[in-house]
Design a protein around this ligand. Sequence first.
Ligand SMILES: Nc1ncnc2c1ncn2[C@@H]1O[C@H](COP(=O)(O)OP(=O)(O)OP(=O)(O)O)[C@@H](O)[C@H]1O
Length: 657
Amino acid sequence: MSLEATLALLDDGVEQHRLRPLDAAFARFLAERDAQVEPRLLVMAALASRLLGDGHPCLDLQALDVLGAEYDWPTAWIELARGTPTPSPLLAGPDGLPAPAPLVLDRHRLYLRRYWRYECNVARGILTRLHTDETPVEGLRGELQRLFAATPDDAVDWPRVACALAARGAFSVITGGPGTGKTTTVVRLLGLLQTLHLREQSKPLRIRLAAPTGKAAARLNTSIARQIAQLDVDESVRAAIPMEVETLHRLLGARPDSRHYAYNQRHPLHLDVLVVDEASMIDLEMMAAVLDALPPRARLILLGDKDQLSSVEAGAVLGDLGRRAEQAHYGASTAAWLRDTSGDDVSAFVRDDATPLDQHVAMLRDSHRFDAASGIGRLAAAVNAGDARGVHALLASRSTDIAWLPDGAADTPLAVIATEGDADRFASAPSGDAPRGFRFYLDRLQQLRPLAQADHAIYQHWAHQVLDAFNHFQLLCAVRQGPAGTEQLNREIAAKLYASGLIETDRGWYEGRPVMMTHNDYSLGLMNGDVGITLRMPATDGTLRLYAAFPLTRGASSRADEASEDVVRCVLPSRLGEVETVYAMTVHKSQGSEFEHTALVLPEEASPILTRELLYTGITRARRWLSLIGTPASLEQALAQRTRRYSGLAERLDLPP
Ligand SMILES: Nc1ncnc2c1ncn2[C@@H]1O[C@H](COP(=O)(O)OP(=O)(O)OP(=O)(O)O)[C@@H](O)[C@H]1O
């Protein structure tokens, strides 16, 4: 097939919405660079570009048929893309040569060069740390005994195992579902590392804490502060554990309109230990930047839930790293070391095919947030296991923390849930405490409103209280479009709140309007996904004006016009640019947040977005009450459909296929 015919075929693909205009344009760009290029390579490149749009860092040529079926690619494309491409100046080999070639074929994976480089750098950064000398840490055993209560001989205390393994190596992954004690464990670990270090050295370890988003950083900030206060260590040690959690962007010194960071290999971060929470949200590019900026001897500790949705951008780093966490795959020597050091018997988790990475991964298994009776906890576990029968049994039984509305979004009293919380649908708990809807924060907004002449600090406090109250409830959707999508539900809910007299209008900017940033604005210090509430606050001349009030994260950038005790950042709507109303948000955007009451709405029509990971992530955003709005068919679909990201990272880290 001629080049022109191939490009025309790809253009057809754009018209049929199988490719994005960008994908066909990329193929055309390649054809312009090399008139001799094989049609095969052009098709492969367009497909790799298309997959990148869905978060796959590469096109796995061994998976062409599976991908073709999944994406409904024409047979002609698959046939054209089959086989090994012949050498071309546009195509580098696994050594990356020739250097400027925009495509790289590494084993059976075709990459756009940038993503190949990220993947190689991430693998190299991790492998180097896996093979850093694991010096036996003096005193580790004694500290573990002091920090963790004794357990029966054959019991495994997973937080203790995680702590021991993370203290031993320069790289570790601590994964676990919601409330399994990741934060508690890492605070103990930091106490332990700092205690041991201060015994030998006069200067404490330089520890930094970070999270991918402002919301996740703020949440960790709160829980870290609580945990440090409870930690049983010397005051000097306690004082040497940081309480401030930064966003990764801020930690790395992000620059506006640039992919480059102030901290990198040439200007590494000044730290000895870096802890990153909500690591499931870190994409390949960000992970490469983190590893690039880490000094060679610094420890990296990743915390997160491997079963959550992967990052929106390319890669599934935590998913790849934690792929074997369930079975642990410890080697005999790790098991012997643990028995000796932490006293834990992990012999049931020893496997012959143990890899170096496996020895650095620990999974926490017991949720302290959800007890054995908790419907949400059991539902999350059943969803994770793909246990459809268990899911239906749980949903069919009346529960204090789950309400199921099986009729789907179309004819459910969604507006009632959103406004009032719909407590009657839950079996009442002994405490009498009940789920609430949006009326809660809108009532608080009015009831707690300061007097017009009140000073700045009182307005700040009020805005903070309203934001807190807003966080009680969130409506989550799998999709943006359609009757169960965020766009329509946001309109419907605003109309309902207006009809109920809770907001003054449902158009434009109005008091009470919750908004979400849809881009990073470095000058405002606001990041994509940050949520604020529109409030009447005093301007510098004392008049009340509408501002969007965003919670201030310690560790986010501060501005000259803000007092150091400010807890809220107020921005004039005219300065904000693009934002979305956010009564309803997508599950993707809700990662890193939790709400007392979450209502999760599933679409009735089949969607590739509706997966098990999405359902699990949505359910686990609920701390105490979950309203699940979805038909049995949509639940079945979500349970049966897995997200899979094609990537070469696991293989580069020597994990078996
Ligand atoms: N071993 C334990 N025994 C009893 N309670 C615990 C234990 N570990 C943690 N907790 C409690 O369980 C709750 C959740 O712990 P933590 O915040 O450490 O979990 P997490 O995995 O970080 O949660 P999240 O899903 O919110 O990130 C906290 O209230 C904590 O005090």
